[in-house]
Design a protein around this ligand. Structure first.
Ligand SMILES: *Cc1c(COP(=O)(O)O)cnc(C)c1O
Length: 439
């Protein structure tokens, strides 16, 4: 009795609080120091590019909710596909069974993937897609009796937060606490302007040792590093070098995939195609967590054997979840519509025009554009930390002004849903110009 009374008292207090306040009682947020963080806006509704919080305040989602949402929030086409699938077959295990959405999605992906990609393996998120690729590269050689236990990756890369993906990531404060418990990864410079030779020579020296199973990279754009961009020409050379030296190449397209760079995949800009690709984020149009790792036939063959021990012993409970597959099929169909393809080009043209306008601003150091991605680096005296004070000042300014942008250090970037209108995008640019006045 006493227990119930106590519980009811708590409930009354909880009912008096708003969602933002109640959130802080139990929820632990990602990448958040809760001691210094203030309460977060509670989003209660979203449609198209807009988010609304519990006080009715409107925000333009100018980063597609961490790059996952190309077709707008609460998209009816994807929602209907999900609903229909939920009423037909919500889930069945993929070990020992298959189902229509997985078959159709695989066939659909084959239409749009580089032609050397022949097999697809499902998992749950970008990090696990990367884990699968890394494990496959190691086991491919192990199955052949060859010991290769190291990975090559780019400096400042981001491949996810599970152990393998984290090891391959180069942003130090994400991984500092775990050094010593990670896979062996050697980092090389990104072939950005001025570092092309240094980068390519570093790769050449490493692959010669025969110790490396794979080279993993974010093709053309390093998202989490602040939309750092480099030329396809150099990545093409690097892939060729790896191929000549029996090192598998893994294109982590978790961020770049499904139209972000102006083509379906960043690897569509390359002559030499990677051996494996990691997909997630926009795969289901920002609705259901799902990921895919894709492979060449040669890699699949490295596991195809009378010996059961040579199989890939990896899986997740929700592998190839039919509802996720249905969302992905609807999402890829939307991507293929002329309307969305035109929108992607229109956003790109608008970004280029804004770049022309803003690049000579006294506070702007550099700007870059690829596809729907725009990035602007603010001139600073000293290197800014990822979550530094300048970054927080800008973030708060954007939120106050009803724009969701998450600057990285001194870099402001835009990666909007493809359905953003010219007027909505103009508002984002205008707010960035205003932000430059306060920094
Ligand atoms: C976001 C991201 C990941 C990790 O994906 P999660 O779904 O957050 O695990 C991996 N690689 C790249 C390039 C990413 O942008």
């Amino acid at each position: 009795m006493h227990y119930f009374c106590k519980k009811n008292t708590v409930n009354i207090y909880i009912r008096l609080m708003n969602l933002s306040e109640r959130d802080l009682i139990y929820n632990w947020h990602p990448y958040t120091q809760h001691k210094t963080a203030t309460a977060f806006p509670a989003i209660v509704k979203a449609k198209g590019v807009y988010l609304w919080d519990e006080n009715g305040k409107e925000y333009i989602d100018a980063i597609a909710s961490w790059w996952v949402n190309p077709f707008g929030h609460s998209n009816t086409v994807i929602a209907k596909a999900i609903y229909k699938q939920l009423l037909t077959l919500e889930h069945v295990l993929f070990g020992g069974f298959t189902h229509k959405p997985a078959v159709l999605l695989a066939e659909k992906l084959m239409e749009i993937l580089p032609s050397n990609q022949k097999k697809i393996f499902y998992s749950d998120n970008g990090s696990t897609a990367v884990e699968v690729a890394i494990k496959v590269a190691f086991q491919y050689f192990y199955n052949k009796g060859i010991k290769k236990s190291k990975i090559i990756a780019f400096e400042d890369a981001f491949h996810g937060d599970t152990f393998g993906a984290m090891a391959a990531s180069g942003i130090s404060f994400f991984t500092e606490a775990f050094q010593g418990s990670l896979l062996e990864v050697v980092r090389i410079p990104v072939p950005v302007s001025g570092k092309e030779n240094e980068s390519i020579n570093a790769l050449k020296n490493l692959v010669k040792t025969g110790e490396f199973a794979s080279f993993i990279f974010e093709p053309l754009v390093q998202g989490a590093a602040g939309m750092v961009m480099y030329d396809a020409k150099y990545l093409d050379q690097m892939i060729a070098i790896c191929k000549q030296n029996n090192v598998f190449t893994i294109a982590d397209e978790v961020m770049t995939g499904f139209g972000k760079t102006g083509k379906t995949f960043a690897t569509d800009y390359l002559q030499n195609k990677p051996d494996m690709m990691c997909l997630s984020k926009a795969l289901t149009g920002g609705t259901i967590p799902m990921a895919i790792t894709t492979f060449t036939q040669e890699i699949f063959h490295g596991f195809f054997d009378d010996d059961v021990n040579k199989a890939l012993f990896h899986g997740h409970t929700f592998t190839a979840n039919p509802t996720g597959c249905a969302a992905a099929i609807a999402s890829i169909s939307l991507l293929q519509t002329p309307k969305i393809q035109t929108n992607i080009q229109t956003i790109n043209k608008q970004h280029l025009a804004f770049q022309e306008k803003i690049k000579h601003h006294p506070k702007v150091a550099t700007t870059r554009v690829l596809g729907v991605i725009f990035a602007l680096e603010i001139k600073v005296e000293t290197q800014q930390s990822y979550y530094g004070s300048l970054r927080n000042k800008m973030y708060n300014f954007f939120i106050e002004n009803g724009i969701l942008l998450r600057p990285v250090g001194n870099i402001i970037y835009i990666l909007p849903p493809y359905i953003i209108t010219k007027k909505q995008l103009q508002k984002v640019y205008f707010t960035i110009e205003k932000a430059l006045e306060i920094v």
